[in-house]
Design a protein around this ligand. Structure first.
Ligand code: FES
Ligand code: FES
Length: 172
């Protein structure tokens, strides 16, 4: 290993990676520059915009505030890892259906923040959605359609849960 570097092993979007990094390397740079996952954006150098938000061990974090070494042993999900073979994630569909973006620069961070919110709170109020999104800045939309997109995703996920419960009850 090169002098001054440290080895980091982590899972990103279900795949295991090992990289040699400088101890000061930020997680966002590991994702973008070494793993080529450029869906995670950098919109500021003051940790305010939230465009770099990813899930680390299920929690939404600004990846420009996390050192790559702090993610060692962790599980990262970026916007590239949200869709499944069955299709887009409900939050992605919500943004499509409710026009939750304009230029799209903030969108990966907003979507990952919303996914983190709905994992913790599957039926958030409008106020709770707005509070969760406070750390993510959007210069284009005025947020109204972003909130609608998250509400749409929450209702779709709740309906899917109900369908699963009914199906499970029928097979008992
Ligand atoms: S790049 Fe702006 S908060 Fe991370
Ligand atoms: S859609 Fe342009 S910054 Fe949010």
């Amino acid at each position: 290993m090169e002098a001054g570097k440290v080895r980091v092993s982590l899972e990103v979007n279900g795949k295991a990676y090992t990289a040699e990094v400088e101890p000061r390397l930020l997680l966002v740079h590991l994702l973008r520059d070494q793993l080529g996952l450029t869906g995670t954006h950098i919109g500021c150098d003051t940790s305010q915009c939230g465009a770099c938000t990813v899930l680390l061990d299920g929690q939404a974090v600004k990846s420009c505030t996390v050192l790559a070494v702090q993610a060692d042993g962790g599980r990262v999900t970026t916007v590239e890892g949200l869709a499944s073979p069955e299709g887009l994630h409900p939050v992605q569909i919500g943004f499509w259906e409710k026009h939750g973006l304009q230029c799209g620069f903030c969108t990966p961070g907003v979507i990952m923040t919303a996914v983190g919110l709905l994992q913790d709170n599957p039926r958030p109020t409008e106020e709770e959605i707005r509070t969760a999104l406070e750390g993510v800045l959007c210069r284009c939309t005025g947020y109204q359609n972003i909130v609608r997109a998250v509400q749409y995703a929450a209702s779709q996920m709740a309906e899917a849960d109900e369908r699963r419960e009914v199906a499970a009850a029928e097979t008992e």
